[in-house]
Design a protein around this ligand. Structure first.
Ligand code: DLL
Length: 439
């Protein structure tokens, strides 16, 4: 295991480095990005007056809307000639958000992702199968460059063509696989359908992220594949994958690349910074980016942070698993619930598979939630039609009960036969919102 010096630095060394880098970043954005210059002037903030990390709290936030309003290139801080790469995130509505990288940004990002892969168990000389989508999405190329930087033999498979994924896993014998947790589930399922056992491949580590996933999903993936599955977090606006990565030793929170990103947790309503340990919205300030430096970016992701020496030896700030996005929180009859919490409780029922959908609708002006989930193949095949019907009804009632006691929400549950719910090859779309069309 390679531990980088900065990953084990003491608090004051890290803070000193962060402050020095923050000052440079603020000077850079003030001089080169009109948007920030205007905002700083409005708030009467002069970047050279920032003298401590606490002063960050006086700086303005940046939101996805700001990126959209300045679409496509309005927030770039370097001349066009210095930009070597663009990525974009699709988003669910409106224009994509476009992000840019100089060659130095790409180098720095590759270093960060190389570090992340090593944190998750990857080693120079071993083989990495990359099933994240290549293209405008940062997952494919982000992991790719990091893997090469680490010195791993990198297989750029991208997402999709599941049969070929299986063949390449069998033939090339990778030790690390990267992809969304939902796609790894789909690959495992395809193998099982072909009479193969995913637990018997050469794989040892999984680097999974780009979508929320629960601890129960980890257990499912680890046992299906016989691997250690670790969580990788990131977002294109901040850089892409690698902002934080869970270590395979402790699997207890994600190590934030603190030397590149300053992290805050805020209350998404009052916008006040919350104390360490409290759950709220993640906010990042980039400390080393050139093309698109970003100040106090409101991610919309809900998590908490903690500072402790980890079992793996690292001292960096850790963030919890992302519970979900602020805008994904459902309010069912006054009760707030995140889809990841529903997944967590759903997967405690052993007869059910991890393939599910959440369908939102409006009835009598109230939001209603239907949980549609597949039964496990083995539980289905062992029964005749009549028994299956009865079992579906029994399991549906059980789900409704578990949701009531676990998440305090009333849902309508529907158990369906294996293979009913569409499989994902990238980020899974589990929430289907039929509320607008029902109006
Ligand atoms: O999803 C970057 C990435 C690629 C991360 C590959 C990890 C692996 P975007 O497409 O911009 O970037 O989407 C970012 O995805 O704000 C979160 O809501 C969600 N997300 C990313 N990683 C995780 C994770 C990439 N590990 C948005 N857990 C973020 C939960 C995640 N949500």
């Amino acid at each position: 295991m390679i531990l980088h010096e900065i990953e084990t630095a003491d608090g004051s060394t890290m803070a000193e480095l962060q402050l020095e880098r923050l000052k440079k970043t603020l000077d850079h954005v003030y001089r080169n990005v009109q948007f920030y210059q205007k905002k700083f002037n409005e708030l009467m903030i002069s970047p050279d007056k920032i003298s401590s990390l606490q002063d960050i709290q006086h700086l303005p936030f940046t939101t996805k809307k700001d990126l959209r309003d300045n679409y496509p290139f309005g927030l770039f801080a370097v001349p066009r000639n210095d930009i070597v790469r663009l990525h974009a995130s699709s988003g669910t509505s409106g224009k994509p958000t476009v992000v840019a990288y100089t060659q130095r940004d790409i180098d720095m990002w590759s270093d960060i992702v190389a570090r992340s892969i090593a944190i998750g168990g990857g080693e120079k000389g071993e083989l990495l199968h990359n099933a994240y989508g290549y293209g405008l999405f940062t997952g494919g190329l982000g992991l790719h460059y990091g893997s090469e930087r680490l010195g791993m033999m990198t297989v750029p498979v991208s997402g999709g063509n599941t049969q070929r994924q299986i063949q390449l896993i069998e033939d090339f014998k990778p030790s690390v696989i990267c992809g969304t947790p939902s796609y790894l589930l789909a690959i495992a399922e395809k193998m099982e359908q072909l009479g193969k056992n995913p637990a018997e491949t050469s794989l040892k580590y999984g680097i999974f992220g780009a979508e929320p996933w629960s601890e129960e999903m980890r257990i499912t993936l680890e046992s299906k594949w016989n691997i250690k599955a670790c969580d990788i977090y990131g977002l294109s606006e901040v850089i892409g994958p690698g902002v934080a990565m869970e270590c395979h030793e402790a699997q207890d929170g994600l190590h934030i690349a603190e030397d590149h990103f300053y992290t805050e947790i805020i209350d998404p309503v009052s916008l006040k910074v919350l104390p360490m340990g409290e759950e709220g919205e993640l906010v990042f300030t980039s400390l080393t980016k050139e093309a698109l430096p970003i100040i106090r970016y409101r991610t919309g992701d809900i998590a908490s942070i903690k500072k402790e020496r980890c079992e793996c030896g690292r001292t960096t700030l850790k963030m919890s698993r992302v519970k979900g996005r602020v805008d994904d929180m459902l309010i069912i009859r006054g009760v707030n619930v995140f889809p990841s919490e529903i997944e967590h409780h759903l997967l405690t029922i052993p007869e059910l598979s991890p393939h599910y959908q959440l369908l939102l609708s409006k009835e009598n002006n109230l939001d209603c939630l239907k949980v549609r989930v597949e039964i496990k193949q083995t539980n289905y095949d062992s029964l005749d039609d009549h028994e299956n019907k009865a079992n579906f009804i029994f399991l549906s009632r059980k789900i409704e009960e578990v949701m009531k006691t676990g998440c305090y929400v009333s849902v309508h549950a529907e158990v369906v036969p294996p293979g009913t719910i569409p499989r994902s090859e990238g980020k899974a779309v589990r929430l289907i919102d039929n509320r607008v069309s029902a109006k």
